[in-house]
Design a protein around this ligand. Structure first.
Ligand code: GLN
Length: 463
């Protein structure tokens, strides 16, 4: 019997390599499990081959397999080419289990903005799995995939991993190709891995990362080192006070993070306080100008002609308007309006221009901190998983959920979530942020902490 709730991708790989099980058996073990979490929007048949399976977020284009980005406007769209990340997975023999649920166009923090209904948290199905990549995170923890790909603009890999109790990496901007990925905010979007362990996460990252001539923002990346060390000797860890004492952080979350920091110290890390005052104060406001501005431009391509949905109307102009009216949900509409406003003549300098300047301040503030520290730590999400429906009528409360994940995204920096304990029976995520291209440091520290913490990633109700 293959225990899909516990098996790591590394173990699965070893079993298949050693011919103890076949790739087909492994695929069937995941594919045969009922998706009562609504983690998937589309599940695939076994495509053959002998590699291990993977789930891919539905904003990532997959040849011949529907890709909707959680939106009605892309319903029925089947890409005619693979995104670079999907094709790199294929080249390594990985088999596609299916496309995972996401907030529409990756806009959200709970999957409740998916046009196809929310996913559920494997620890408590009455709660959200986080978002936008809640489907990928729920699939990994719920035993529906050994690992998955997500995408992260302002926290969509890190935050769902935190709420579901698994490991997620948002890589340094420019290390993973965005070619063939549905664009939300192009200066922020990054694809990254979600897995049960830091080693799996590092391995999947090594498969997808690297220069791609189809995405001119990509660069060569340092060779990925699979982490093995169990100590943190010599690692300088900064604790930004604003990110650990911010209003709205639940006491149970603070306590678990504090214990993880003490543990890091006992493993040999040098821990000290640091400060990111403007990044925390202005990060969310800045993001909610830059991201919608870019989204308003990127979403211009859904015109009823090139992809998916087309509504009936008398002439072209009306068809275009009717398609966008019918096809986009409330959140994309809200963001298109905010973004268009922020970019409009007369307001451009005051809103978009100012946000770009603030973004530079955020980048510099982080660079200053990394003069003295190798990485910084904070909670990933200020709260544990909240109830489905709890925040749907309050976009601002939903946006504030991103308080701690957004600043480093604005600065283009990599971030790793690892589970660090439970609060009220629900997982708490620890966020590790490093300077550009410091993925190997994050893996090393994440692995050592993961070992020492001994978090059981199988939800109590499923053990
Ligand atoms: N929750 C944030 C938003 O709604 C981040 C989403 C993401 O990273 N794609 O924009």
């Amino acid at each position: 019997m293959i225990d899909t709730l516990r098996l790591t991708a590394e173990e699965a790989w070893r079993l298949v390599d050693g011919r103890e099980i076949s790739g087909a058996e492994l695929f069937a073990a995941y594919a045969g499990r009922e998706d009562d979490l609504h983690a998937y929007l589309h599940r695939c048949d076994d495509p053959g081959g002998d590699g291990i399976p993977i789930a891919i977020k539905d904003v990532i284009g997959t040849k011949g397999v529907p890709t909707t980005a959680g939106s009605k406007i892309l319903e029925g769209y089947v890409p005619v080419f693979d995104s670079t990340v999907a094709s790199r997975c294929k080249q390594r023999g990985l088999r596609l289990l299916g496309k995972t649920n996401t907030d529409e166009f990756a806009m959200g923090s709970s999957t409740e903005n998916s046009a196809f209904g929310p996913s559920r948290n494997p620890w408590d199905p009455t709660r959200v799995p986080g978002g936008s990549g809640g489907g990928s995170a729920a699939a990994v923890t719920g035993g529906l995939a050994p690992w998955a790909l997500g995408s992260d603009t302002g926290g969509s890999i890190k935050q769902p991993s935190a709420l579901c109790g698994n490991v997620g990496l948002r890589p340094t901007y420019g290390t993973v190709s965005r070619y063939g990925v549905v664009a939300f905010a192009s200066s922020l979007d990054q694809v990254g891995p979600v897995a049960k362990t830091v080693r799996d996460c590092a391995f999947l990252y090594s498969i997808i990362a690297g220069r791609d001539e189809n995405d001119s923002t990509t660069v060569e990346v340092p060779t990925v080192e699979l982490p093995g060390a169990e100590d943190l000797t010599g690692v300088r860890i900064g604790v930004p006070k604003e990110m650990n004492e911010a209003e709205g952080i639940e006491p149970g979350v603070s306590a678990a993070v504090r214990r993880a920091i003490e543990l890091a110290e006992s493993l040999g890390a040098e821990v000290g306080e640091c400060s990111l005052p403007r990044s925390v104060e202005y990060g969310v406001a800045c993001y909610y100008l830059v991201a919608p501005a870019e989204a308003s431009s990127n979403l211009g391509r859904y015109d009823g002609v090139r992809y998916g949905l087309r509504s009936d109307a008398a002439d072209f102009r009306e068809m275009l308007m009717q398609t966008r009216h019918d096809g986009f949900g409330d959140e994309p509409k809200r963001r298109i309006m905010i973004g268009t406003y922020a970019l409009s003549s007369g307001y451009y300098d005051a809103y978009y221009g100012t946000a770009q300047k603030v973004r530079t301040v955020i980048r510099r503030e982080h660079a200053d901190v990394f003069e003295s520290f190798d990485l910084i730590v904070s909670p990933t999400s200020p709260t544990v998983a909240f109830k489905i429906g709890e925040k749907v009528d309050n976009p601002l409360a939903m946006y504030l959920n991103d308080l701690l994940t957004i600043p480093s995204c604005m600065a283009g920096l990599p971030g790793l979530n690892i589970p660090c304990g439970l609060s009220e029976g629900l997982p708490v995520g620890l966020q590790l942020i490093g300077p550009q291209f410091s993925e190997n440091t994050l893996f090393r520290a994440g692995h050592a902490l993961e070992r020492a913490l001994g978090f059981d990633s199988v939800p109590e109700r499923l053990r």
